[in-house]
Ligand binder design. Sequence first.
Ligand code: GDP
Ligand code: IMO
Ligand code: MG
Length: 422
Amino acid sequence: MQNSDTNRASLIVGLQWGDEGKGKIVDHLAQEVDFVCRFAGGHNAGHTIVTEGKKYALHLVPSGILNPNAVNIVGNGVVLSPKDFIKELEQFDNIEGRVYISDKAHLLLPYHALIDQAREKLKGDKAIGTTGKGIGPAYGDKITRVGHRVGELLDPEKLTQDIMNYFNIYRPIFDAMGVETPNDRDLLADLIEYKEKLGLYITDTTLMVWDALDNNKNVLLEGAQGTMLDIDHGTYPYVTSSTTISAGACSGLGISPHTIGEVIGIAKAYCTRVGNGPFPSEDLGKDGEYLREKGSEFGTTTGRPRRCGWFDAVAMKHAVRLNGVSNIALMKLDVLDGLDSIKVCVAYEIDGKEIDYVPYTLDGVKPVYKEFKGWAKSEGAREFSKLPKEAQDYILELEKMCGAKIGIISTSPDRDDTIIRD
Ligand code: GDP
Ligand code: IMO
Ligand code: MG
């Protein structure tokens, strides 16, 4: 039975289309936590941390890695590419005892990426614009119950045989797509290397998280991607293949909803999206270009230019409700510095009617904007009272529109340029 004194975990979740700045906030909060746990996605994520002038791009390793006292957990809800995980770990020292991978996480192997890329090519102008990392095919194998789990890496000979059997069944599909499958000798060599390098970290992480909570440790749950990319609640089919919303933390780590305390939603002070799919408040003019250049809006994982536009208060209200957000961290306020006027999407127009909720599809939806006066400089501010009056007004208005407190404001990529409101 769950201990009634069990501590509650805090959860970080993206509220838009990803890249909101989750990495910076997880790193900021991770300075005081004992455990940081990733619960969804794979190396499609790119979480950037900037500290003491040094920049780290994390894809699979949880963002607590820069706190020498934090234990980092890759939960069962993640799809793990051993090759990419090993490469990412190489940039950090003294990781023994600080990184663990769930034995129930599913393996993402190179053939998943090849299938992802082949499918995207076949879709032509209907392509999703995936990261090409193999996320959809790896989750697809999991859901159709033909996937392989991290725990199987501990017996590379048996796993090789099982994957060869899988190829025997699916090879006609691989062949039709022009995707080459490895031979058993090369596959075995790779799997042996993965076992040597990762075997030490593979364990039952659910038990570890339960134990941490029972012992009143501070646990932070790190979401990946964003609410509007969620497989159920996002702009399907232009979404990723996992449950990105806060509910995903329960199944993606093996914890109950009762153990989740504060939900911190991360949102940019404007909006971006990478890949295809509807984006009602996208600005294709000079303001969108200004946001892209000033905000360095180029993908951390793929380098693709991000589509840019205005804060969408309708989608935000939806995301606050879906995730049970108690506190919003508003990121990249400084990127709006220098604009004369700032727009916020406050309603959608659809078939000549205005609505204030997210409909079945955002295709063809037009934004209804409210305009705000711009300001000269918020960059580097560390106190709310030091922000220009117009920036303060902007934040207070957004707070009313979204239905959650904006308790954290970020004014530069640096860990310390962060305002915490009472
Ligand atoms: P994540 O995927 O949500 O972790 O976000 P990304 O790391 O993909 O993208 C966010 C980008 O914005 C990174 O390059 C961060 O260094 C940067 N960033 C985060 N907070 C701020 C901020 O307040 N101001 C500015 N100018 N950049 C920021
Ligand atoms: P973080 O964690 C932004 C997008 C891709 C594509 C769609 C499907 O850094 O916020 P996939 O490769 O997952 O099948 O691609 O999802 N996407 C992201 N966009 N940030 C991310 O992660 C993303 N992860 C996936 O661009 O549109
Ligand atoms: Mg990112």
